[in-house]
Design a protein around this ligand. Structure first.
Ligand SMILES: Nc1nc2c(ncn2[C@@H]2O[C@H](COP(=O)(O)OP(=O)(O)OP(=O)(O)O)[C@@H](O)[C@H]2O)c(=O)[nH]1
Ligand SMILES: [Mg+2]
Length: 458
């Protein structure tokens, strides 16, 4: 890959007015740009990694004064010479400084281009670069924790360990290919098979963590569903702590679904309130908008990681039980809530609890049971909690699936005593898929896809 880069520039702080704004320059022309822009260029360049107060000059006049710092490559984020200018936080000053840098030979950086250079210069592997993007967009403790672990290299080191036994097996198989007159001893073949199966089972363990990892990284989706008027919107408001959804005593109040984000003990949850599901026997006949809303409710509840099926405490359970069965047939990950528990005595709750089986009594009005609802929701979503390496990114999961498919094919080839060349080919494919997770060697396409999701300046 061609590593001769040009010099790029971009603001690395958010746009808008602020106390300071930072503009970063990176590439082989950095020194020239520092000399063109900074009145104190000599001092700045003589003392890398130190802040030096300097005027920023353009067109013969000073346009700002700020703290400049020079990073001599490879001791910089990108691995190449870089300059960071801490300016007064005015979008106008930033625009002028960018103009000055462009006229001194830089070009505007693409989104994620600084990180892409850091990757191409070996400062970060791909999972770490992705972790930076995740870190910046984190909205919950769980997202932050998982991104920091990945940035620290936890995933990369687990994956490189995973490939080691395969590399050994491959070397042994290749030795047989080089000396085709020797027969493959049956013990050898079964040792290879055992090694491959061990790696495959580790890959499966990592893949099994993906359902949980995805929820940590992207948040989980939870759908409130049930008949009209049971208090779904009231529960959304109660969990959110604000009057977001309209609540009335009229059945069919919610038409279009509403999505709100809440944090449950550090886990980001996208909570969906939906239109009450239509009851075919009800005299109430929904109009078109309501019917369309109901169709969407079914779609949403099928997609959710968890359905909170809501029944009203004062309603007859028969129809609710039927509806719950139907909902469970679309999405079996379900928790039954009996809302409006404030209308029932303890005895009545006990009796109703027996009818519904496993369920939780809550009251959107009084707040009863909501704490338990939060903790049950989290444990239903995440199971036993997390341990070990967690795969949280779809790209990584896809590569692991690909590697495992190649291992299955290698194992099959050994089992059928196929030529060792075929086994070696499968193993190379598996190793290639694992390597792609931490660093691709030549695929601009993959790099483009990863880094274009970054923001400008990262
Ligand atoms: N007593 C009592 N009333 C409640 C409770 N929760 C909701 N309600 C009332 O039940 C009625 C319906 O509440 P909503 O939250 O609009 O019900 P919904 O399930 O969203 O209804 P649709 O949007 O029509 O499907 C309103 O009059 C609420 O005040 C509760 O916990 N206790
Ligand atoms: Mg509603």
């Amino acid at each position: 890959m061609d590593l001769s880069f040009d010099t790029i520039v971009a603001p690395i702080t958010a746009p808008g007015v602020g106390a300071i704004a930072v503009v970063r320059v990176s590439g082989p022309g950095t020194i020239k740009i520092a000399e063109a822009l900074c009145s104190k260029a000599k001092d700045i360049l003589a003392a890398p990694r130190s802040l030096v107060l300097s005027d920023i000059v353009y067109g013969g006049e000073s346009i700002d004064s700020g703290m400049a710092v020079f990073f001599k490559g490879p001791e910089s984020f990108t691995g190449e010479d870089s300059l960071e200018l801490n300016l007064h936080g005015s979008p106008y000053i930033v625009a002028r400084v960018l103009e000055a840098a462009l006229s001194a030979g830089a070009r505007m950086a693409e989104p994620g281009e600084f990180s892409k250079r850091a990757y191409l210069n070996g400062k970060l592997d791909l999972t770490q670069a992705e972790a930076i993007a995740d870190l910046i967009s984190a909205e919950s403790d769980a997202q932050l924790r998982i991104a920091r672990e990945q940035l620290g290299g936890k995933l990369s080191s687990a994956l490189s360990e995973l490939g080691d036994p395969l590399r050994n097996t491959l070397a042994e198989i290749e030795a047989y290919i080089d000396f085709p007159e020797e027969d493959i001893e049956p013990e050898k073949a079964s040792a290879w098979l055992a090694g491959i199966e061990q790696v495959s089972s580790q890959i499966k363990t990592y893949l099994a963590s993906f359902a949980q990892g995805r929820m940590y990284r992207e948040g989980a989706s939870v759908c409130l569903a049930g008949f009209p008027n049971v208090g779904k919107s009231s529960l959304l408001n109660a969990l959110l702590g604000e009057d977001r959804a309209i609540v009335t005593e009229i059945a069919g109040t919610t038409r279009d679904h509403i999505e709100e984000r809440i944090s449950i003990d550090g886990l980001l949850v996208r909570l969906w309130d939906t239109a009450g599901l239509f009851d075919a026997d009800d005299a109430h006949s929904p109009e078109l908008a309501e019917r369309l809303g109901i169709e969407r409710s079914w779609e949403k509840l099928e997609q959710a990681d968890l359905v909170l099926f809501v029944a009203g405490a004062a309603d007859a359970p028969g129809k609710n039980l039927e509806l719950r069965e139907l909902v469970a047939s679309k999405n079996p990950k379900l928790l039954t809530l009996i809302n409006k528990s404030d209308l029932l005595s303890k005895d009545e709750q006990l009796k109703l609890g027996e009818v519904y089986g496993s369920c939780l009594f809550v009251s959107a009005s009084s707040g009863a049971g909501l704490g338990e609802l939060r903790s049950l929701t989290k444990s239903k979503l995440l199971g036993r909690g997390r341990e070990g390496v967690l795969v949280s990114n779809e790209r990584h999961a896809q590569a692991l699936r690909k590697a495992d498919a190649s291992l299955a094919s290698a194992a099959k080839a050994i089992g059928e005593s196929r030529p060792p060349e075929l086994v070696a080919l499968d193993l190379r494919h598996a190793l290639g898929a694992l390597d792609d997770i931490v660093g691709v060697t030549d695929t601009e396409d993959i790099l483009g896809r990863i880094f274009s999701k970054f923001c400008i300046g990262k």
